[in-house]
Write a protein that binds this ligand. Structure first.
Ligand code: PMP
Ligand code: G9A
Length: 414
């Protein structure tokens, strides 16, 4: 038998399976109410519009939609995206946009063109685990900065970059999900966004603005995109159709300085030649026909109702020891339990009661966050949310009472 351990690359040895992807297998079991995956609601898929668009495309331009496309993406989609972003205050030209197979691929391509083994980058703590998974595969060193109620802590970021500068280390980029962060749901306010760019400029570091949720705001004031505040071609912005159309198409776009995009395009040629043209043309028609704007209104209403239902159910069923912040948008509520609770240990018990979440420590690069968990509110039905939160509330209460009992025992045992 071949001993593969000697054959795998250093890189492959360092790779780690995505906790979310592993959980998807478990939570697909019948009867399980899953608040784990950040999945859109199936009711939110624009099935009829998609059907009409697909028929039109096959009638009108089969020679294009069924053919290979250019690596950077089909021109019609890049054009309409540039316009869409300009309407939202971002001065973007078509040649600064490339289309990828999901933002996940953009994270991989960015790493491929920016990171050498041993390079340093800065990420939030907690942060999106799909991103750290992509970065880790390129053998970089991830330095962390705490994410608090108002997003990444800017003083801590400044100190971290100063410290790295003293060590002679210049990070390649700061990775952030500034709006309705995955996993914590928090948003960086406008003044701190300016500060972030000032700090990045002071230490001459790029900023990766990963923003799949910014169009999903349910309350509060929109904050400026980092890309709109950028005057130095320092920001690379990732957006995706996964949460606003359907993840099944795997269509996303990256916007950045043309020099960087051009390199990513070359890297993509080796990866998959081009993103699936059929999906790109669907996305193009979806925006160009105005269906996206209409659809956004519909899903914002749907997800807001689910968010409110979950928050209300948590108020009713979670014990007072559990803490969370009300997210103004996105898909997630982040819960912090007392420090003596380990949500990974509790997960099995939750699963026995047919309810699932993502264990919080999966979103930390360092060994932290054992008492946290992420709940998704977009995927389940209202009934499932009520039932699932009630089940989870019982599991948490039970765990707290058992752990408190044990703590008491250790305290009184001589
Ligand atoms: N970045 C973040 C912050 C995400 O939450 C996700 C999806 N959960 C992605 C990237 C990847 O999205 P896509 O489906 O476009 O690959
Ligand atoms: O299915 C996935 O892996 C995408 C979901 C991401 C998430 O749950 O954050």
């Amino acid at each position: 038998m071949v001993d593969y351990s000697h054959i795998f690359s250093e890189r492959a040895h360092g790779m780690k399976a995505s906790e979310i992807r592993e959980l998807l297998k478990l939570t697909q079991r019948p009867g399980v109410i899953s608040f784990a995956g950040g999945l859109p609601n199936p009711d939110a898929f624009p099935k009829e519009t998609t059907r009409e668009i697909i028929n039109e495309l096959l009638d009108e331009m089969p020679e294009k939609v069924l053919q290979y496309g250019s690596t950077e993406g089909v021109p019609e989609l890049r054009e309409v995206l540039a316009k869409n972003m300009q309407d939202r205050g971002m001065k973007v030209k078509k040649n600064q946009i490339m289309i990828t197979h999901g933002s996940q691929q953009a994270l991989d391509l960015l790493s491929k063109v920016l990171l050498d083994p041993g390079d340093t980058i800065v990420v939030g703590s907690p942060t999106y685990l799909g991103a750290t998974g992509a970065f880790r595969a390129f053998q970089c060193r991830m330095e962390t900065v705490p994410v608090r109620e108002n997003g990444m802590d800017m003083d801590a970021l400044d100190s971290k970059l100063k410290e790295l500068d003293k060590e002679g280390k210049k990070p390649k980029f700061i990775y952030t999900v500034p709006t309705f962060q995955n996993p914590s749901g928090v948003t960086i306010p406008g003044d701190k966004r300016k500060k972030l760019l000032e700090i990045a400029s002071k230490y001459d570091v790029l900023v990766v603005e990963d923003s799949p949720y910014s169009y999903l705001r349910y309350e509060g004031e929109p904050q400026p995109h980092l890309m709109s505040l950028d005057k130095e071609e320092r920001v690379v912005r990732l957006q995706t159709f996964s949460k606003i159309l359907a993840p099944g198409f795997r269509i996303a776009w990256t916007v950045g300085p043309a020099k960087l995009i051009d390199k990513m395009v070359i890297a993509k040629q080796a990866t998959d030649l081009c993103t699936n043209p059929f999906g790109q043309y669907v996305a193009w028609k979806y925006i160009a026909s105005g269906a996206l704007d209409e659809h956004l209104e519909k899903i914002k209403k749907l997800y807001n109702e689910k968010r409110l239902t979950m928050l209300e159910a948590m108020d009713e069923h979670f014990p007072e020891e559990a803490k969370w912040k009300r997210p103004e948008g996105g898909m997630f509520i982040w819960v912090t339990l007392p420090e003596y609770i380990n949500t990974r240990e509790m997960f099995e018990k939750a699963l026995q009661k047919n309810v699932a979440y993502v264990v919080g420590d999966a979103f930390y690069v360092e060994n932290e966050g054992y008492n946290t968990m992420r709940l998704n509110f977009s995927h389940s039905s209202e009934e499932e949310i009520k039932e699932g939160i009630e089940r989870l509330g019982k599991v948490i209460k039970q765990e707290i009472s058992e752990k408190k009992g044990k703590l008491r025992e250790t305290l009184i045992t001589p």
